[in-house]
Design a protein around this ligand. Structure first.
Ligand code: SPV
Ligand code: MG
Length: 322
C-alpha cells in the first residue's frame, strides 16, 4: 500500500483487502507511535482505552471534543490511518455528522459507531443493561455521516451489538443488513463470548455483503488462522497497550514505594534516551540549528546596522561642528 495515499484511502484499502488485516489499539500520541513502529498498518483509537487512561469510565464520561483532542495528538505523530471508536456517535444524527466533519479536519481516517443508546456502557459490563438503538434512527445516523463526509474514502463502520444485548443471530443479521443499505462501509460484529461461535455464525450467513470487522478480546484463544479462513476483513486488538501499561506501571510504582530506591527498576524500564527518541528530540535539535542561526545572524545584522548608524551620526555631527 502506498504511503503517499491519504489516510482515508489507506484505511478503506485495509478494510476492503482480500486478506485479513490487523490493527492495534492506542490511546494517546505515545502509544499511537508505538503501534506504528511495531509495524501495524492502522490504529484503533479505543473508547475503553482512551477513557481508562483519562481515569474515566467507558460510559461517555469524556466529552466528544475531549476525545477529539486525544485523537488529534495521535494523528499528528503517526502516518498510518486511525479508526476512531466513536461509541454511539455522541448523540443523534446531527452530533454524528458534526463529528465526521471534525474527524476529517484532524486527518482521522474513519469512525466506528455502535447501535446502542447514549450514554453507552462498555460491552463487557452491565450485561443486562445493553440497550440497543432503534434501527431506523441508527440508519439515519449512518446516512447523515456518509452524506457529510468530505473525502469519499472516509470510512464509517457500523457496529452491531445484537449479540451483546443477547438478541441472537437473526437480529444481528437484520441490523447489519439495514446498516449496509444505509451506506455503512463495513460491519463490526461484536461478541462477549469466550469462543468465536457467534461471530463465525454471523460471517457464514452474511457472506461477503460488506467487509466484517471483529474484536476478539474475549475469544482470544481462537487461533488467528480461524479468523483468516472465515474471511474476516479486519481484526482489532482492542485494548492491549492500555492493559500492558497498567501492569507495568503498577509493578514499577509498587517496587519504588517498597524499596524507596530507583535502582531496582532502572534497567527494566525505558531509558530516557528512548523517551527522547520517541519524542523526536533529534528533529528539534536540527531545527534549532537551522532557525536559531537565522535569528543569530539577524541579531548580528541588526547590531551591525546600528553600529553603522552610530558611526554615521558621529561623522555627521563632526561635519556640523567643523
Ligand atoms: C473499545 O476498545 O473501546 C471497544 C471494544 O469498543 S470493546 O471494549 O471490546 O467493546
Ligand atoms: Mg468502545
Amino acid at each position: 500500500m502506498s504511503l503517499a495515499a491519504k489516510k482515508t484511502t489507506r484505511l478503506k484499502q485495509l478494510i476492503q483487502s482480500s486478506e485479513t488485516k490487523f490493527i492495534m489499539e492506542a490511546h494517546n500520541g505515545l502509544s499511537a507511535k508505538i503501534v506504528e513502529e511495531a509495524g501495524f498498518e492502522g490504529i484503533w483509537a479505543s473508547g475503553l482505552s482512551i477513557s481508562a487512561t483519562l481515569g474515566l469510565r467507558d460510559s461517555n464520561e469524556a466529552s466528544w471534543t475531549q476525545v477529539l483532542e486525544v485523537v488529534e495528538f495521535m494523528s499528528d505523530v503517526t502516518s498510518i490511518p486511525i479508526l476512531l471508536d466513536g461509541d454511539t456517535g455522541y448523540g443523534n444524527f446531527n452530533s454524528f455528522r458534526r463529528l465526521v466533519k471534525k474527524l476529517e479536519q484532524r486527518n482521522i481516517a474513519g469512525v466506528c459507531i455502535e447501535d446502542k443508546v447514549f450514554p453507552k456502557n462498555n460491552s463487557f459490563v452491565r450485561g443486562n443493561r445493553q440497550v440497543l438503538a432503534d434501527i431506523n434512527e441508527f440508519c439515519g445516523k449512518i446516512q447523515a455521516g456518509k452524506d457529510s463526509q468530505n473525502c469519499p474514502d472516509f470510512v464509517i463502520v457500523a457496529r452491531v451489538e445484537a449479540f451483546i444485548a443477547k438478541l441472537g443471530l437473526k437480529e444481528a443479521l437484520k441490523r447489519a443488513e439495514a446498516y449496509r443499505k444505509a451506506g455503512a462501509d463495513a460491519i463490526l460484529i461484536h461478541s462477549a463470548l469466550d469462543n468465536a461461535s457467534e461471530v463465525l455464525a454471523f460471517k457464514e450467513e452474511w457472506a461477503n455483503r460488506l467487509p466484517v470487522v471483529i474484536v476478539p478480546t474475549k475469544y482470544y484463544k481462537t487461533p488467528t488462522e480461524v479468523f483468516c479462513k472465515a474471511g474476516f476483513s479486519l481484526v482489532i486488538w482492542a485494548n492491549h497497550l492500555m492493559r500492558s501499561a497498567i501492569t507495568s506501571m503498577q509493578e514499577t510504582a509498587r517496587t519504588i514505594f517498597i524499596q524507596q530506591s530507583l535502582s531496582f527498576v532502572e534497567g527494566k524500564i525505558a531509558g530516557l534516551d528512548e523517551v527522547f527518541r520517541l519524542q523526536n528530540e533529534a528533529e528539534l535539535t536540527e531545527a534549532e540549528k537551522h532557525y536559531l542561526k537565522i535569528k543569530e545572524s539577524k541579531i548580528r545584522k541588526a547590531k551591525n546596522s546600528s553600529l553603522i548608524k552610530e558611526q554615521n551620526t558621529k561623522t555627521l555631527s563632526n561635519m556640523v561642528i567643523n
